[in-house]
Ligand binder design. Structure first.
Ligand code: C5P
Length: 227
């Protein structure tokens, strides 16, 4: 008998990686996607792009309906070899700043924005599989995921990692400012009513504070192989 679309979707494997900012989800997700040759959803980028589209069009980040409309109509292309186009303009560098992260966390607290981005995130579910990186991948977007991982690390450790990343990219930032920004963003992400940042009940929690990237990657691969 022919499979329904829902059955097909349920049979596509998903590994979710959730956790706070600066914990290394992006790096680990990219490694997993390359290793397994699966698709990759960087859901944070969608919130960052929504924030950017609003800033560029002069929309206040707390005007729920207008922000949701921009989320719904994002003209975005993730380029296969890297790079992100918004309205045909390359915006990868623009969305990776701390300011863009903070703006993303403001628009992400608006329930209508989360609803507007729901289908777009689901559309990344394609064979042979998906690595989904975000805050609510295991709780809200892919609750039936094959494997759910929640990464943690202290705010100080995450700020140090972010600092290194930003300095390497030539940004001029202060570590003390980054710690404050990371704590503010955590606070907002954990305390919002719509899909707050939290581990799914069936997620494997990995504290990455004292682990290298490769050690975290190996741990997730082991969880996957032992399924
Ligand atoms: O992961 P990234 O730092 O790019 O995310 C930016 C912001 O987008 C987060 O601080 C969070 O507020 C929001 N976000 C979210 N849900 C996701 C991914 C990101 O609310 N699934």
């Amino acid at each position: 008998m022919a499979q329904t679309m829902t059955q097909v979707h349920n049979s596509i494997p998903v590994i979710t990686l959730d956790g706070p900012g600066g914990v290394g989800k992006g790096t680990i997700s990219a490694l997993l996607a390359a290793e397994l040759n699966w698709h990759y959803l960087d859901s944070g980028a969608l919130y960052r792009l929504t924030g950017l589209a609003c800033v560029q069009n002069g929309i206040a980040l707390d005007s729920s309906e207008e922000v949701a409309l921009h989320a719904e109509n994002l003209a975005v292309k993730f380029l296969p070899l890297g790079g992100i186009l918004l309205d045909e303009q390359e915006v990868e560098a623009l969305i990776r700043t701390e300011m863009a992260g903070n703006n993303a966390s403001k628009v992400a607290a608006i329930p209508q924005v989360r609803d507007a981005l729901f289908k777009r995130q689901k559309a990344f579910l394609q064979l042979p599989g998906l690595i989904a990186d975000g805050r609510d991948m295991g709780t809200t977007i892919f609750p039936d995921a094959l494997l759910k991982v929640f990464l943690t690390a202290s705010a100080a450790e995450r700020a140090k990692r972010r600092y290194k990343q930003l300095i390497e990219k030539g940004n001029n930032v202060k570590l003390a400012d980054l710690i404050v920004e990371i704590q503010e963003r955590d606070e907002r992400d954990m305390n919002r009513s719509a899909s707050p940042l939290k581990a799914a009940k069936d997620a494997h929690i990995i504290d990455t504070s004292d682990l290298t990237i490769d050690e975290v990657f190996q741990k997730v691969m082991l969880l996957y192989k032992n399924l």
